[in-house]
Ligand binder design. Sequence first.
Ligand code: EPS
Length: 404
Amino acid sequence: MRFLTAGESHGPELVVIVEGLPAGVSVRQEALDEDLARRQRGYGRGARSTRIERDHAEVVAGIAGGTTTGAPVAIRIVNRDFANQPAQPKSLTAPRPGHADLAGGMKYGLDDFRLVRERASARETAARVAAGALARSLLAHFGAEIGSFVVAIGDRRMDPAANVSEMDASALWALAGRAEDDPVRCPDPDASARMTAAIDAAKEAGETLGGVFVVFATGVPAGLGSHVHWDRRLDGRLIGALGSIHAVKGAEVGDAFALAELPGTGAVDSIVRTAEGSGLGRPTNRAGGLEGGMTNGRPVVLRAAMKPLSSVRREVESIDLRTGAPVDPAYVRSDVCAVPAAAVVGEAMVAWVLADALTERFGADRLDAMLAAFDAVRADARWTPPAAGATDVMDAAIDVDAER
Ligand code: EPS
């Protein structure tokens, strides 16, 4: 599967073309629009997101009667702010540090950095969320779901932020459920209040704030990805997908950075019989649901760190490349904090990578054939552990029935 987006932040619209979705996937218009709306929310967003745009996914190809046909799916998202743009926008000749301006201007030979900014803007992530909603629709047929929540904004952290990767699916969904109605997508009301206060203070000071969010996936079949080649290892693909989100500068699988401080025994997730003895269980999930580059049937848990947005009202240093003079580049309207939005974009990117891996494993032309292949693997007797005490345990090493 692949998707391409096109469109400028203040141009007429964003476009996304999604290729490789199997035929037969149910896609609800409301689900697409709800994901777009979730991305627009979040305390600390600026006027554009909260008052101007009302994102709607207009499907123009590839879906008939609410079901994919196997043809490329094309979606348009109109930029309502296009109507507010001046006919002759002012050139931006002083590159803003932290943005794509300088590197993009040098690379493409553009001396009006506004032209770089237009495509580099995080507005593009609306199109990604539409693609992610399609991926999510495919995953839903297999019982896989993706959620997210925010664990830190600036130095205000949710406690305990560090051990979420040891939680089971229901605990993760309880957190995500509470986050859904929270202004900063944080499940902990005390932490949320401290976070919104920090956003207020940052706004007052002309500053911006970054933060950390968790994205998780439950019900993901075991065996997506592969250990056999570097580019098939799912860890790298997921980290890369999260790292591609605007202002995200780091991502980890499970408790990666905390595990780096521990001895080996503190970092493994034991393989045990489930309480009823019929399957294999993993009492902890420090690996974040990935072992050897493959899903292992436990929730996939990732964290990503977003740096503070580089559009600050306070003075920053740059050079006007038309005059050569040191200047403070003009502040352009922006968000104070976009971490809650980035978490929703993170869901979309994780959904995309998992859906892609799902089609690699079970086929990609038609959903019914994929589901038949999926059922065949689940029914395979080799995945059933031998009776307790049996010595041939190798065949039981993967529990393909993912935790629901
Ligand atoms: C963005 C700057 C702001 C954000 C925008 C991303 O836009 P504007 O300069 O028009 O106020 O609002 O995000 C969105 C519009 C969105 O939908 O996410 C930037 O420079 O990246």
